[in-house]
Design a protein around this ligand. Structure first.
Ligand code: ARG
Length: 456
């Protein structure tokens, strides 16, 4: 079929070229934004007397009808169309005749696609923020319910110092709060209207870009038309924010996978968020968490693909830019799916406080507190550190733990040891002494909970 842009060429492209050129299979997602943008455009054209009020009315009514028909399913998107913009214009012209051909005055598909994409993605930002908020709420619930549960904190995946499980949960809540902040921040720069930049150089018509932007709830307009049609920073920024968010979810997934292993048994994921094995009857696999970790790779790919696609492009629009959509859409779909699974998976996870406590009791994770005890009695930290290290070595050799070592033995290492040492190295004391701001004590976690709740 001859294209709407047939003129300079016959518009009779080969079928294989049409298929290659077409973006309708993925940009059909933006039909609502495309139509809303066109309605605002028709209204602006009439306000500026570029078309008559009567024509604008016909266009607006017909566009609203197309939107309704697509929403209800009465009208189906033609997958043979070149893209969503051409499809809507084609239907419009079929329905209202020549008036339909006036809609594309003072605009180009270059500013139109940039407009649609910004409108689509700002809604996606809002949706992702809401899903992250739900996950933060699930983390807060787990933290509240397990406020004083003690687990080993790790560095180098070696038991290091005791921490509260709630503190560990709040660490992820803090990361996710920053993710929300990043998404909201990139939404601000995204919410700038490119419509009216036209093909690349603006237009000779007396348009009102501010009016059109306002109709479509934009905060401001792009002030350089070349930039307006060429800029895909908003995609890159959003992809970066999503990639960082996925990185957080992936690290968390890795911990959940470890924690639900027989070796750790710190948590049990609910049956609704685990899978069985087709051959090994005993298996309960954390596959949701594994998929989050796995799909993170693809989202990184989406970011890299977009950055690479853009790096060599001269101004202004180049068809390469059609590639922006599949990457960003994939990242949005993926992160939304991950978040939708993650929040209930955390909500329904049971915490095995007994196993955490057992692991915390076995790794000499109170050795720092033993050294601190001596420091409080007057020894310099380095000397105290050395004595504690020797005591730990003795315990390992004699298969005992610090809590069970008799006072006489302690005194062999330093006369400063008294009976109160046992209280100092008790894991609960160790945790609750860490009252420094941001520390692991219950008191500190309560402050963190308050902060997080106030900021979501
Ligand atoms: N489908 C195109 C895209 O997604 C729309 C813009 C086409 N513009 C053009 N000059 N061919 O980028």
């Amino acid at each position: 079929m001859a294209k709407m842009w047939a003129g300079r060429t016959s518009g009779e492209t080969s079928k294989i070229a049409d298929d290659f050129n077409s973006s309708i299979r993925f940009d059909c997602k933006m039909y609502q934004q495309d139509i809303k943008g066109s309605i605002a455009h028709a209204m602006m054209l009439a306000k500026q007397n570029i078309i008559t009020k009567e024509d604008a009315e016909i266009l607006v009514d017909a566009l609203a009808q197309i939107l309704e028909d697509l929403n209800s399913g009465a009208l189906e998107i033609d997958m043979e169309a070149e893209d969503i913009h051409m499809f809507v214009e084609q239907v419009l012209t079929t329905r209202v005749g020549d008036v339909g051909k006036k809609l594309h005055t003072a605009r180009s598909r270059n500013d139109q696609v940039a407009l649609d994409l910004r409108m689509y993605l700002r809604d996606e930002c809002d949706e992702i923020v809401e899903l992250v908020t739900n996950l933060i709420k699930a983390l807060c619930n787990q933290a509240e319910e397990n406020k004083s549960v003690i687990m080993p904190g790790y560095t180098h995946l070696q038991r290091a110092q005791p921490v509260t499980f709630s503190h560990h949960m709040m660490a992820y809540a803090m990361m996710l709060l920053r993710d929300i902040d990043r998404l909201k921040d990139c939404r601000k720069r995204m919410n700038v209207s490119p419509i009216g930049c036209c093909a690349l150089a603006g237009t000779t018509y007396d348009t009102d870009r501010y009016f059109e932007a306002q109709q479509l709830q934009f905060d401001s307009i792009a002030l350089n038309s070349l930039d307006g049609v060429s800029d895909r920073d908003f995609c890159v920024e959003m992809l970066s924010s999503i990639a960082i968010l996925m990185m957080h979810l992936s690290r968390f997934s890795e911990e959940l996978i470890l924690w639900s292993s027989w070796e750790f048994k710190f948590v049990e994921l609910s049956d609704s968020f685990t899978t069985g094995s087709s051959i090994m009857p005993q298996k309960k696999n954390p596959e949701m968490a594994e998929l989050v970790r796995g799909t993170t790779a693809r989202v990184y790919g989406d970011l890299m693909a977009t950055l690479t696609m853009l790096k060599g492009l001269p101004l202004a629009y180049n068809k390469d830019m059609q590639e922006d959509k599949e990457s960003i859409f994939d990242a949005c779909e993926t992160v939304k799916m991950c978040l939708k699974v993650f929040a209930p998976m955390i909500d329904t996870m049971s915490v095995r406080a007994d196993n955490m406590k057992k692991a915390a009791s076995e790794g000499f994770i109170n050795a720092t507190d033993l050294a601190d005890y001596l420091v409080k009695k007057g020894l310099p930290f380095r000397s105290a550190y050395k004595i504690s290290g020797s005591i730990v070595a003795y315990c390992i050799e004699n298969k005992t733990i610090l809590e069970e070592l008799p006072l006489e033995k302690y005194k062999e290492y330093s006369e400063l040891f008294e009976n109160d040492v046992y209280d100092e190295i008790d894991l609960t004391t160790c945790v609750n002494k860490r009252v420094s701001v941001g520390g692991t004590s219950v008191e500190s976690v309560e402050m963190q909970l308050k902060f997080v709740k106030e900021n979501i």
